[in-house]
Design a protein around this ligand. Structure first.
Ligand SMILES: *[C@@H]1O[C@H](CO)[C@@H](O)[C@H](O)[C@H]1NC(C)=O
Ligand SMILES: *[C@@H]1O[C@H](CO)[C@@H](O)[C@H](O)[C@H]1NC(C)=O
Ligand SMILES: *[C@@H]1O[C@H](CO)[C@@H](O)[C@H](O)[C@H]1NC(C)=O
Ligand SMILES: *[C@@H]1O[C@H](CO)[C@@H](O)[C@H](O)[C@H]1NC(C)=O
Ligand SMILES: *[C@@H]1O[C@H](CO)[C@@H](O)[C@H](O)[C@H]1NC(C)=O
Length: 430
């Protein structure tokens, strides 16, 4: 049975992948027809609410409202269009009431005035368009103990992304027709964390900073600052999902993704968050890449990423500008359509990622889960996080691997090359 990728994509994940690139519509062979049917039946959207994940039961659990940060304007902590930023907070309970998980939302970047102006008229650039979100069914946010045994009852925060530079810039610009654009990601991050501190984060016994895609990069950029806000007794860790963006040439030999990052770093004045030891020897743009960032992180960190990350294949390795003749389009839509030459190139990409992660080898509190499934963002839906169709490494789901790492057990799993892992399937979000 065939199912389209768009039909099984949670709304939010589609936004996180990118607002600039067209959605993928390859027809994919469902590995488990029965599961696909169940998914389709469950996909009736709750009106007006973003859905973080699949498997959400019909609105039994209410959506989580947006909280606008108080006093944000006075601190200059504002979204691209000048509106105050926000987050969604769900209080923990029972033995989770002293534990906090803070997710920094993703959604690509803007590195030109035009892109930032366009973005300022969406929920990725203005809180006037933000709606409540559903945590039910959303992987690490799921309140169901069976789906999410390690984190179900924690305090959970979904921090909305509205700056376009991974919560990291500090500056402003003028769009062509004179509208002022605010590049205040760093102030937004600080204002949200400060407000949460007043709401009980200061009392946490354990805390995890996480995020996926551009939010996975944000996690790495802020990990050291975040952990420095707590005393030694508090367990603080970082979990970067699908945020390990590589500084590689595209298939036409151009550094096109480096140019994207260079635009973001210079337009939005990303500087203060970059590690000093990296800046001493590199251009700021280089220090915005995870391969450099992780060298300066001392906090226990878990890197979750596919070696065949669908977003990176589509936008970093094979952006449209690198393959204008469409010869790659079916392979980019669905890895099952790639021929052997193309798979060799994708294997090279995965090898570059694995090499860049070698520095984590002597970081004993770190965890790795580098699977070989064609997917992007694996913590935010039960399908990838903890289900019968989740990717597994060493027979463990991502939920189990992250749980093991969190409990101090060693988890450094790197998958064999595509298509060796039988648990990969076309129901995973791309
Ligand atoms: C969320 O907002 C709606 C509409 O303002 C309100 O009716 C509802 O009580 C709020 N939910 C919570 C949990 O505060
Ligand atoms: C700028 O241009 C946009 C359309 O591109 C328009 O909606 C907006 O009102 C303009 N702003 C000003 C100040 O002219
Ligand atoms: C922090 O914890 C202490 C003791 O457990 C409690 O008295 C205090 O109210 C808590 N503060 C907040 C902001 O939750
Ligand atoms: C795979 O496809 C690419 C792009 O169309 C082409 O250049 C290459 O020759 C193909 N390789 C094989 C083995 O068919
Ligand atoms: C894999 O894990 C499942 C449950 O998560 C278990 O039932 C099964 O026996 C395990 N298989 C192997 C080969 O260990």
């Amino acid at each position: 049975m065939a199912s389209t990728a768009t039909a099984t994509e949670p709304l939010l994940l589609r936004q996180q992948q990118c607002d600039r690139w067209p959605a993928n519509r390859g027809s994919r062979l469902a590995v488990m027809a029965a599961t696909a049917l169940v998914l389709l039946l469950l996909l009736t959207p709750a009106s007006g609410h973003l859905r973080l994940g699949l498997f959400s039961p019909p609105p039994a659990e209410p959506p989580v409202n947006l909280t606008i940060v108080a006093g944000a304007a006075e601190k200059g902590a504002v979204c691209l269009d000048g509106t105050p930023p926000g987050y969604h907070l769900q209080r923990g309970s029972g033995d989770g009431s002293g534990s906090w998980i803070i997710h920094l939302q993703g959604g690509a970047w803007c590195g030109t005035l035009k892109d930032c102006y366009d973005r300022s008229m969406t929920d990725l650039g203005s809180s006037s368009f933000m709606k409540p979100v559903m945590f039910a069914g959303a992987g690490i946010f799921d309140g169901d103990q069976l789906q999410n045994p390690n984190f179900y009852n924690w305090n959970k925060v979904y921090a909305r992304y509205c700056d376009g530079a991974s919560f990291s810039g500090d500056g402003e610009g003028q769009s062509e027709n004179g509208t002022t654009l605010q590049f205040r990601g760093l102030r937004i991050y600080e204002a949200i964390i400060d407000e949460l501190m007043d709401k009980g984060l200061n009392n946490a016994t354990q805390a995890i900073l996480t995020g996926c895609s551009a939010g996975g990069l944000s996690t790495l950029l802020h990990c050291e600052d975040f952990s420095a806000r707590f005393s030694q007794e508090v367990s603080v860790k970082c979990l970067a999902d699908a945020g390990f963006f590589l500084d590689v040439k595209d298939i036409s030999g151009k550094m096109s993704f480096w140019a994207v990052y260079d635009g973001v770093v210079s337009l939005q004045n990303v500087r203060e968050v970059l590690p000093k030891d990296c800046l001493a020897y590199n251009e700021p743009t280089e220090c915005f890449f995870p391969a450099e960032l992780i060298k300066s992180i001392h906090t226990p960190t878990f890197i979750l990423n596919s070696g065949y990350d669908s977003w990176q294949i589509q936008n970093v390795l094979v952006p449209d500008s690198s393959a204008p003749d469409e010869s790659w389009s079916s392979c980019k839509d669905n890895i099952q359509n790639c021929n052997s030459t193309q798979i060799d190139i994708l294997d090279g990409f995965k090898n570059t990622m694995v090499d860049a992660l070698k520095v984590t080898g002597d970081k004993k509190d770190w965890g790795l889960f580098i699977d070989s499934c064609f997917t992007h963002c694996q913590t935010l839906s039960d399908v990838s996080w903890n289900s019968a169709v989740s990717p597994r490494l060493g027979n463990k789901t991502i939920s189990e691997a992250v749980g093991d790492w969190h409990h101090g057990r060693r988890v450094k799993d790197i998958d064999c090359d595509y298509p060796c892992n039988p648990t990969c399937n076309s129901l995973l979000p791309i």
